[in-house]
Design a protein around this ligand. Structure first.
Ligand SMILES: NC(=O)C1=CN([C@@H]2O[C@H](COP(=O)(O)OP(=O)(O)OC[C@H]3O[C@@H](n4cnc5c(N)ncnc54)[C@H](OP(=O)(O)O)[C@@H]3O)[C@@H](O)[C@H]2O)C=CC1
Ligand SMILES: O=C(O)C1=N[C@H](C(=O)O)C[C@H](O)C1
Length: 268
């Protein structure tokens, strides 16, 4: 059966990639987009932005009007945390299943969406990373953390990224923490002579964020123990790397009646 899809953020790097992917998939129908700057136009009016095709798909500025007027099955959000949170709440209220790639939600925002999804019995997937290789990296890191509790994360992204650390790094740390003994790393008396030298820290795990032009999305998880090291590394070289994961979420969200956080929970 054809899946009717709404995408928010179509002019963005990920949004434009998702519009192209949905357009090419015979069983998907892109019925609308949400874009705060182009309400009343259609995708063909803004074609060529990040390679958008000339599609006769209406654009809504107001997400609520879009969800009210368009009878969609799935809503895909690829925007920024503030707008993404509001969009996702509204989609759940209107019974449209959200697939959210937007990163940077707070724990409170995640908990609020979890509650809303549960209350309405409407499935929702929030995936910090849609690339299957990245999800495997996180799972391998989780396994390794049981045996090698000394670990640091280096994540590297393009220099247009708004949030740091990346959603992937935060999720990797949380997954490792499920398996890792609590541990103070480094010298107990260590001092930063330059603020931030040791990166950010969550549950004793340090995360270092690199932002450079030319990069897409890359992460290394470095484990150390006396006399040995282990590095688990993943690279996304382009945004097509995320699209199989988006498709998987669009397929799986239909069967859910609650929020799932992370692609690893729905991999076949
Ligand atoms: N889960 C995953 O696998 C991946 C997730 N991401 C995440 O997806 C999100 C988008 O990434 P990317 O495409 O690279 O980012 P871009 O900056 O290229 O695109 C973001 C889009 O969101 C729009 N936007 C910004 N602010 C608002 C707002 N307040 N309301 C509505 N729309 C807004 C922007 O439009 P405007 O011009 O109006 O600002 C733009 O079209 C990020 O959170 C990123 O971390 C990225 C890659 C993979
Ligand atoms: O902004 C990006 O580009 C990416 N964001 C996600 C994140 O914050 O982890 C996923 C991927 O790393 C690309």
């Amino acid at each position: 059966m054809t899946k009717k899809i709404i995408i928010a953020g179509p002019r963005g790097k990920m949004g434009a990639e998702a519009v192209q992917m949905v357009d090419k998939e015979p069983s998907y129908d892109l019925i609308a987009c949400i874009d705060r700057k182009n309400g009343g136009k259609s995708i063909k009016d803004i074609q060529d932005t990040n390679g958008l095709p000339a599609l006769d798909v209406p654009i809504f500025e107001n997400p609520e009007t879009c969800f009210q007027e368009m009878d969609a099955d799935v809503f895909v959000d690829l925007t920024v945390p503030g707008a993404g949170f509001e969009h996702t709440k509204l989609a759940l209220l209107y019974g449209i299943r959200p697939v959210v790639g937007t990163s940077g939600f707070s724990d409170d925002q995640l908990a609020a969406l979890q509650d809303l999804s549960m209350t309405h019995g409407t499935g929702c997937i929030i995936a910090p990373n849609f690339a299957v290789g990245a999800v495997l990296m996180m799972q391998f890191a989780k396994t390794a953390a049981k045996y090698l509790p000394d670990v640091e994360i280096i994540e590297k992204h393009h220099d247009q990224k708004l949030d740091a650390p990346s959603g992937t790094a935060v999720k990797t740390a949380a997954m490792m923490q499920e398996n890792r003994e609590n541990k103070q790393q480094g010298h107990p008396d260590e001092k930063e002579t330059l603020d931030g030298a040791r990166g950010a820290e969550t549950d004793g795990i340090h995360i270092h964020s690199v932002r450079l032009p030319g990069l897409v999305a890359h992460q290394e998880v470095l484990f150390g123990s006396p006399g040995q090291g282990l590095t688990i590394k993943h690279d996304s070289y382009n945004r097509a790397s995320f699209m199989e994961g988006v498709k998987l979420c669009i397929r799986k969200v239909e069967d859910l009646d609650r929020l799932v956080y992370g692609l690893e929970n729905i991999l076949d």
